[in-house]
Design a protein around this ligand. Structure first.
Ligand code: SF4
Length: 488
């Protein structure tokens, strides 16, 4: 829930994913309805705006709006969305750009016909590209890098859209998993680093669908699912699925590790790795590190009576932690899954209740117990303390906090909103100082090595928010955050 008085999410200290995308070619189906249900399955990737564009081989229509997929789309608003080709988008936006003008897809008329684009990610050189286009006389109606990409595609030379996309990819630096709609084709495009997921599947009735997550494809009944590989452009149209390696992939890849830690649904499988399994192993590795005293020599191991997750993303990790540590697992919090999805601001008295608006404690499961609370991450540190307080008020004797990733001390410029360094609790603070700040009896973070062991990989994942080592060089004066400050 966004609180305009404090300019923050009252009950939420997780990083925010910027979007989910879907694209469908289905010759004998109501493609708008399919896109709606696909977007529904991607709702967790963005709750602030949704949209879809549909083409019938000749014309293109679009509908988008602020709010949840079920608010934006009604039988009425979908009545004119007819055709065989569609793309859709769910959006989370940063504070400065939460407006309808930034909702996606972006649709424009070009010399080559209508063009629409929906994007998950963030171009780190968008300010520079935007300036170049403006110097050439191009005007913009939004502050979004997606509009920059749309305008570049419209202006690029080349006989086919594939050629124009390939030319643009050579200039785009950063994270982009895209779906592009023309009057008679859907294109799926992934950046050469592979930052964000994008997968493709075969529809039971013929045709194909592409989406940020496998779960959305399974909702549509797809099988034969494969990833769109880094640097690829895949065309979905009347012709068979066409795959082009538009630009070489970067080795090693830089898949966002946070997809596994927090963003993706547990049923997501990405590059052959299932998210639920990773989360369980993150909990197992964390328990091993705590037992070995790797993080805090003095503790050796946590002596506790119960392991509880902060629902929902930490449930598999808590199961894994319990399995390795031998400390029994139980539910401690009940989460109201709907309160964080409202645009109605709380009254002052309700605001003071903070996370208590979203979480209730099952008192009987924590009273007189030494509790280990498992959570996926701490960014600003504004939620952990209140959660600990809820447990103490419910009678917990001790509260230890175990986090399934390393301390987050660096911003993300590849499409995830974590804020800047000065707002991060781990910036310039030791683990013990953070423990004191949140009021825990113990605080334990998983190491980078432990995280990679859980992924069963040595490399191939971006870890920049933990290490500060970005897979692409970042010019701070040229990234989106700086750019939005100028244009707000
Ligand atoms: S910096 Fe962190 S959140 Fe951003 S892409 Fe890398 S791992 Fe993901």
């Amino acid at each position: 829930m966004f609180d305009s008085q404090t300019n923050s999410y009252l009950d939420d200290d997780s990083p925010h994913e910027e979007c989910g995308v879907i694209g469908i070619f289905a010759p004998s189906e109501d493609v708008a309805r399919m896109t709606f249900f696909g977007l529904f399955a991607l709702q967790h990737r963005g709750q602030e705006a949704a949209g879809m564009a549909v083409a019938d081989g000749v014309t293109m229509s679009i509908h988008k709006g602020m709010g949840l997929v079920s608010h934006v789309f009604t039988p009425n608003s979908m009545a004119d969305l007819n055709g065989h080709y569609a793309i859709g988008h769910t959006r989370y936006s940063t504070t400065g750009s939460s407006s309808l003008r930034n909702a996606q897809p972006f649709m424009i008329e070009t010399i080559h016909g209508p063009l629409a684009l929906a994007h998950n990610g963030n171009l780190i050189n968008s300010a520079e590209l935007r300036k170049e286009l403006m110097q050439q006389g191009v005007g913009f109606s939004s502050s979004s890098d997606t509009e920059v990409m749309t305008m570049m595609l419209a202006r690029n030379g080349g006989d086919t859209w594939e050629e124009r996309i390939k030319t643009a990819m050579k200039k785009w630096v950063g994270a982009y998993s895209l779906v592009i709609l023309t009057r008679d084709c859907v294109y799926a495009v992934r950046d050469p680093w592979g930052f964000r997921p994008l997968c493709i599947g075969l529809l039971p009735s013929g045709g194909h669908a592409v989406a940020s997550e496998v779960g959305a494809l399974q909702t549509l009944g797809c099988d034969a699912i494969r990833d769109v590989k880094p640097g690829e452009v895949v065309s979905l149209s009347n012709n068979a699925l066409k795959v082009m390696q538009a630009i070489p992939s970067v080795t090693p890849s830089a898949m966002c590790v946070f997809e596994h830690i927090y963003f993706a649904r547990p049923d997501q499988t990405w590059d052959g790795i299932n998210v639920h399994h990773v989360r369980q192993r993150l909990g197992e590795e964390l328990a091993r590190e705590v037992e070995n005293g790797l993080l805090r020599e003095a503790d050796k191991r946590i002596m506790a009576d119960v392991v509880i997750p902060v629902p929902d993303s930490s449930i598999p990790a808590a199961i894994g932690f319990s399995h390795v540590s031998g400390i029994p697992y139980n539910d401690g919090f009940i989460k109201n899954r709907y309160v964080g999805r409202t645009f109605i601001e709380p009254t002052d008295s309700l605001r003071k209740r903070g996370v208590a608006l979203k979480f209730n404690v099952i008192n009987e499961n924590v009273r007189d117990k030494r509790v280990v609370m498992i959570d996926d991450s701490i960014v600003r540190g504004n939620t952990t303390g209140p959660l600990i307080k809820l447990l103490r008020n419910a009678g917990a004797k001790e509260v230890h906090v175990a986090i399934t990733c390393p301390p987050i001390a660096h911003p993300c410029f590849m499409g995830v909103d974590m804020g800047m360094r000065k707002g991060m609790i781990a910036h310039k603070r030791t683990v013990d100082e953070i423990r004191e700040f949140v009021g825990a009896d113990g605080l334990y973070y998983l190491s980078v090595d432990g995280m990679m062991r859980a992924l069963n990989r040595k490399d191939g994942f971006c870890q920049a928010c933990f290490t500060g080592q970005y897979p692409v060089a970042v010019d701070l004066s040229n990234v989106k955050t700086g750019f939005e400050k100028v244009t707000k």
